[in-house]
Design a protein around this ligand. Sequence first.
Ligand code: 5AD
Ligand code: SF4
Length: 458
Amino acid sequence: MTGTAAPKRLYIKTYGCQMNVYDSERMADVLRPLGYAMSDQPEGADLVVLNTCHIREKAAEKVYSEIGRLRVMREEKQAAGLGTSTIVVAGCVAQAEGEQIMARAPAVDLVVGPQAYHQLPELIARASRAKGERLAADFAPEDKFDALPSDRAVTGPTAFLTVQEGCDKFCTFCVVPYTRGAEWSRPVASVLAEARALAEKGVREVTLLGQNVNAYNGLDESGAPSSLAALARALAKIEGLDRIRYTTSHPNDFSDDLIAAHGELEELMPYLHLPVQSGSDKILRAMNRKHSAQKYIDLIGRIREARPDIAISGDFIVGFPGETEKDFEDTLNLVRQIGHASAFSFKYSRRPGTPASAMPGQVAPEVADERLQRLNALLEAQRQDFCASLVGRTLPVLFEKRGRHAGQAIGRSPYLQGVHVEAAEQLIGRIVPVRIEAAGPNSLSGALPQQEMAQATA
Ligand code: 5AD
Ligand code: SF4
């Protein structure tokens, strides 16, 4: 064959958490050498990947309706004589329901779990040749990280970086231990190499990802387990890498060393996502969380001693089996005691195979809805209070992209809020002090101090 072939088009739709965002980026990295270029729409794509989420029923069900749409799209493409497209289901639904997907949705060419996507090139080739080998759902992440290309496409000054996968906690509501497997940590050298490569490409902020990221215990060069705090200290030394975040943590893995790191490392951003799920000890026990509400409150107190301005975020579930009005009020009370800068709240979703799905006392949907509304109202008021408390302060903002109108740039505060500023595009990739002037419904707005403005427009 001679000449350069037209690039093949790849569309990836990502559902769920940040780890899926990372995995989607890495799938694109794996497929790029084969001539696949990213497309931002499924129409006309040669390869469509659905990177799926299994955490709640709604997320999982969306996959099947999306497959239906893709099948129709492919038939239209074929009827118009424009060739065909390959449909791949990846991610956690692929891992958990691979067999069912293939039975229920024959339009799917390939099902590939979260630990097997580094094999996509050969899997796609095989799937196109024969029916049969269409399911890859290995469980060991080691091979994947060794096999992924070291060259990552970078899209801006921030990046996700997976350092830990899987979960051994077995909260009774959660599918993650079944979809992502046992806790496993990436070796320190592998993480540092990826971080250095990112920094060389202009990345200023990394968010370390793991289902239980603060249980990180990857081996260092000497073969000894390293902690997340030690990893953060090593990352902070990388030239150009000025901001480090991590998510998601478990209260029981929060070591004194990690608390100390928050007090000591300027690079460790003062924002912490630390889910508690409920404020009722009875529900926490039924959830198998293995900590009390008070233990969580005390832990936040110790973290705040080390880093007084730290912004707290969390996850909450309402309507867990057996949750009474009193249990729910305990959750509201915990929320009032903590004071959140942001939070995510969910209605309990019954997941097949999890212990909670068989528990007595399932809560009526309308009761759970009503509780969710009340919790959301409280969390939203706290979020707005937190944003309002920043007005008048000057915060370092990492500029990430252009705003919607010309002459506007958007960055992030240390506390993870978006900040809109009338500023030149040249600021993108820089960390600049911004005076916060107003707190809008979803973001802050601010202005550059005069001197910065002069430099940026010079
Ligand atoms: N129902 C509702 N929310 C859930 N989460 C996990 N499993 C479920 C479930 N079955 C929430 C938890 C977790 C977040 C990622 O999703 O709050 O921290
Ligand atoms: Fe799920 Fe609990 Fe593990 Fe988090 S700690 S991933 S909620 S089992």
